[in-house]
Design a protein around this ligand. Structure first.
Ligand SMILES: NC(=O)c1ccc[n+]([C@@H]2O[C@H](COP(=O)([O-])OP(=O)(O)OC[C@H]3O[C@@H](n4cnc5c(N)ncnc54)[C@H](O)[C@@H]3O)[C@@H](O)[C@H]2O)c1
Length: 418
């Protein structure tokens, strides 16, 4: 099996998840890492046993090495496009964290740069890598839904505002800052939900979006609000239409005065698919392996579930029960190739080594781009107070990328590299 030598950019929270998963793929060797925070880099290097010579403060220096095959980008949202386009232009295939970018403009730039440079690009969209998505796609492609006419992507947590209700250990303060994150829940988890939904719907052509963003739920106290300033939305709602006649309802909330809910469905003339939890966790390896609680290592109520309901509700009424631990393991035993569709990073490794091709891989840059268009529609519609067409979104979208980044090591001018 071909060895791939990876360099990581950004050694924050998510880089540890990536390292955990790389640990399951012995053909991948992480050879270097770059991080602007000196203390963080040092601690990270010690944790994973890196020599000082393989740790960099300026990733651009790191990319001058001649022993790197690919780059794993783990920086904040509004740095995804500046950093990943730099890496692509420097001649590296790139695996870039989600969301693809905070705006359609930036996602398109990243997408176009991958095409122009001919480098392989993948975006982390965990929700694609589950049996749930795999089976749903097979059911849809087999025509079991008939004419698909309506869908809903709705997720809300009573309290899950990043670095506000959720400890900053899991989600750094950058998640609640507009400058770094761009937006809140609509990009943070929305990218998983919209990406999965649009992929299953066959990436239909967006025509129009009506959306509204809110920052509705009060902080627990004034003191808390002062110490946890949040400049991104806590809820986005919307309604989108597509050229093929399809309509889509959207709701994304990181805070709501109601119990949590997950309600995702696709309705067709012959059948409908419904699922709850959307597998935002990155597969078993990312979750720490298949534990006693089930395939994803998550407790029961969080298990993804996919249900098919058809015309013949009694004769053809299938509930795919993912609580059965054996289900997922069996698939791997009988079809080891399945593994590459159950893990983001395994998928990327197989794409880099050409086991997966442009035809057989999940085209995550294209899926991410479509998700960005929808997200941006919600934002622009909310700002303008009216529905916006896809053409308007494309024309009005602007970069939120940090093109001149102030760092302790000077200003990183990404524009100069364009
Ligand atoms: N934390 C999670 O649970 C999680 C889950 C999935 C995806 N993500 C995504 O991963 C990305 C990073 O999130 P995180 O939680 O790891 O944030 P984080 O703040 O913990 O880590 C980001 C790191 O990037 C570093 N950085 C910034 N500019 C840099 C540069 N020019 N060169 C090198 N390093 C640089 C920062 O110093 C920081 O340590 C985000 O886009 C987020 O959406 C995070």
């Amino acid at each position: 099996m071909q060895e791939i030598r990876v360099a990581i950019i950004g050694t924050g929270a998510i880089s540890n998840q990536h390292m955990k998963v790389w640990g399951h793929i012995p053909q991948v060797k992480v050879v270097a890492a770059a991080e602007i925070d000196a203390a963080k880099l040092k601690a990270w290097g010690e944790k994973y046993g890196f020599e000082e010579k393989d740790l960099y403060h300026d990733f651009r220096e790191m990319l001058k090495r001649d022993d790197i095959d690919a780059v794993d980008v783990c920086v904040h949202n509004n740095l995804h496009t500046p950093v990943s386009t730099y890496a692509l232009k420097a001649g590296y295939p790139c695996y870039s964290e989600k969301p693809m970018s905070a705006t359609y403009f930036d996602s398109k730039l990243l997408y176009d740069t991958a095409i122009a440079t001919g480098q392989k690009l993948a975006i982390q969209i965990s929700s694609l890598y589950s049996m749930q998505t795999y089976i749903a796609k097979k059911v849809i492609d087999a025509g079991k839904l008939g004419n698909i006419y309506h869908a809903r992507s709705a997720t809300a947590s009573r309290r899950r505002r990043n670095a506000v209700d959720r400890p900053a250990l899991f989600s750094s303060v950058s998640f609640r800052e507009r400058e770094m994150a761009g937006h809140g829940q609509i990009v943070d988890l929305g990218c998983y939900h919209f990406g999965q939904m649009l992929y299953l719907l066959g990436l239909p052509e967006l025509t129009c979006v009506l959306g509204k963003l809110h920052n509705g739920v009060e902080m627990p106290s004034e003191a808390w609000a002062a110490s946890h300033p949040m400049t991104v939305e806590d809820m986005g709602v919307g309604f989108a239409t597509f050229a093929n006649g399809l309509s889509l309802e959207i709701q994304e909330a990181s805070a709501i005065n109601k119990d949590d809910f997950n309600d995702h469905y696709i309705m067709g003339s012959k059948g409908g698919l419904t699922w709850g939890m959307t597998d935002d966790f990155g597969g078993d390896w990312s979750m720490g392996g298949m534990g006693p609680m089930g395939p994803t290592g998550l407790p029961g109520p969080l298990q993804p579930q996919l249900k098919y309901r058809g015309l013949d509700d009694f004769g053809f009424n299938v509930t795919i029960d993912f609580n059965a631990y054996e289900n997922q393991q069996d698939v791997r035993v009988y079809d080891p190739d399945m593994l590459q569709y159950l893990d983001n990073q395994m998928h990327w490794y197989n794409y880099l080594t050409s086991k997966l091709t442009d035809e057989t891989r999940y085209n995550t840059p294209l899926i991410g781009l479509n998700a960005s268009l929808l997200t941006e529609g919600l934002v622009l519609s909310s700002e303008l107070g009216r529905a916006v067409t896809a053409d308007e979104i494309k024309a009005m979208s602007k970069s939120m990328g940090i093109w001149k980044q102030e760092t302790p090591w000077g200003v990183f001018d990404y524009e100069a590299s364009l």
